[in-house]
Design a protein. Sequence first.
Lengths: 341, 275
Amino acid sequence: MLLPLLRRLLQLVGIVLAIAVLDFILLKSLPGDLVDVIASESGSVTPEYLAELRRLYGLDRHYLEQLVAYIGRLAQGDLGFSFRYGEPVFGLVLDRLPTTLALVGAALTLSVAVGLLLGIAAARRPHGVTDTLISGLSTLGYSAPLFWIALMLIVLFGVKLGWLPIGGIRDVSARHSGWRGSLDVVHHLILPVATLSIYYVAVYARLSRASMIDVLTEDYIRTARAKGAREGRVIFGHALPNAVLPVLTMLGVQSSALLGGSIVVETVFAWPGLGQLSFEAIKSRDIPVLLGVLLFSAVLVVLSNLLVDLVQMWLDPRVRRPRTASAAEPRARTEQPGRLA
Amino acid sequence: MRRWYLQPSILVGGATLLAVAGAALAAGTLYPDDPLDMVGAPFTWPGTEAATPLGTDLMGRDLLAGLMHGARISLLVGLSSAFVSLLIGVLVGATAGFYGGGIDATLTRITELFQTIPAFLLAIILVAILKPTVVTIVFALGVTSWTSVARLVRGEFATLRERDFVRASIALGAGDLHLIFREILPNAWTPVIVSTALLMANAILSEAGLSFLGLGDPNVVSWGSMVGLGRDALRTGWYMTAIPGLAIVLTILGLNLLSDALHGALNPRLRRSRS
């Protein structure tokens, strides 16, 4: 039980270090450095003053020394300074994190629940009418770019029907407070969550269909049917716990794609989370902010993989040992490339 | 069993892609002028003017011309970055699976690292740092989406290298390069080919996403940038957003159908359950 946990934590440290190095390389590959930015903002400065500044910030030292200093600063939670906001990146990112987690969390919960149900319904009779309908729709959902789904939902529900707000997190003019305020936020959350879910429902429906079809051919299912278990019990009691394992693995793998997808969705809906912060940073080429978001997202992905591991250990006795059994490995389909945007 | 290539999904998917490729090829002859030029009155709805059958955008540019020229960029970026990913993925996967041991462990760690980083975000950062051009976009998408190929190829190599025909070849004194490229790789292509269609689909989607966010090559017209522009006129002329978006959906749908059908046809386990 403890070993995989420890392994993940070590992995976390390794990945943060590796990304720190990557961040550093990317920062250094930018044309110009911090001092150039200061110089361009202040107007007239002498070359001596610039050299003095470079010494002050340690920019004249060897790259390796700078790298060590950079990692040291990261360890203290110093992710650098945003050119545009004039604030430390760490605080900026931390401020936006809960908003993104709310969006991604709601979308994920909804997609897994709906996707599993659709997948089960489709797997009951492969290539039957229900399956053809569900598989066809999920292929369609799988093929549409998120930003386009978002815009079309805005046209339909925001502009034509006028049912839902088309952007932001709360109605600024109404100034709701208390539970009405929360209701307002939920109201604003519907379209972004629906956008992300349309795609991820399709993903999980496909995946759980394949996995359910696999599991339903196993001997223990036939045994369960032979001893007279009801269909509902066979599906939900016997088959589902095993069929859900590859779905869970995929969930861990996809958490990084989900964060990528939320950039586009947050941008379209002006949802003030990490994605929108990244978009603002792209526009003003505020690279330190982008690198901070990158580091944070990677940590989030490792943590969610850790969570998936724990849930899998709880569900599947075969995985309780360190991951040697093939049970935790995704099946063929999940080895296919994940989606980026 | 029916011939595998006569499945409806292969026919529909293939026909869609052929149409897109045809549009890309015909773009130069049908619309030799720059698709970014103004040709008619802005906000012309589709079907109202014979000269611009799909209407014009908010700057009076022909949507159909844009779509056909955009097909070139989508296919170009899709094919080239899928190629870059395949190249990196096959190299990393083959080396890791073939040599095993410490090399495998290191390469697997690197692959895991790239799986952990949100690929789209890294692609955004790379394009933002390198300045957006078609070449940098292909590079950024290629270096961020090779991990699945590497894992696939690694798996294939790890099992194939223990097979008798490989051992026989070793016994005959074959070198590593011969074993990798002449013996094992030809037998590991199947899953790679299937995932190529998906790689292309992802690359086209990501390119559209990048140019939608304003990180596309500013000198060429792309479906994503058309959607991004149309967004400014969402209330009055939603067709400007809908039409280029539909082009993306159809192209990706074609690739996904093709990939599904290939997956089914080349995977004997699935084939049996299908017939």
